[in-house]
Write a protein that binds this ligand. Sequence first.
Ligand code: ATP
Length: 212
Amino acid sequence: MIGVLGGTFDPIHFGHLRLAQELADGLKLAEVRLVPAGLPWHRGPPGATPEHRLEMARLGGAGNPLFRLDDREVRRNAPGYTVDTLSELRRELGATQPLCLLLGSDAFAGLHTWSRWKEIFGLAHLVVVARPGSGLDGLQLNPELRAEFDHRQTDDKDELRREANGKIILHPYFPLDISATRIRRLLKAGLSPRYLLPDSVIDYIHTHQIYL
Ligand code: ATP
């Protein structure tokens, strides 16, 4: 069973890396694909170029044999949709290998705005963790997304292995209140973002004068 963590990674930080590690451990994932978005369609332009965000993700995940950097969205060089990435992965992995899309609760709550979002359930399971400030209990869901959630939700991790796609599970996660927005703000203000992201990524940011 393979996990996929997509994101703008502008820059990658310990919130992303802990999410990937905890879900890899909790679900016994064989690997987690880190997929930096090329040109995100759903938000303003990132502070760093796709190439820099890819390189920072490479540095952030370096040394962890469970993580594998996947550069397909950056290579595509056009606004990429998660559904297209998952279709490609599904083709590569075959029809039966369970695939888990890993998401913070903020991302999940916006799922109904994603391109062809319902097709995602035909390609992968969704594994959702509560993010600080966006808990799961009071999660306001669009009615169509709520209906999908009620229909697909399971508490049983084993169910994810029995099928290749289509389930939603809320998974425990020790919350880390870290966001890329906060890191960019600190850097802009000339303050240190140390201990929020790997030193190797901070060094890269300084060397290439990103976010300053
Ligand atoms: P920004 O502040 O620029 O919006 P971000 O920190 O939210 O960025 P993204 O690259 O947009 O990071 O997030 C990618 C994925 O990682 C999303 O599913 C998001 O919910 C999740 N995520 C990001 N930070 C955390 C965190 N601290 N804890 C749990 N999940 C997180």
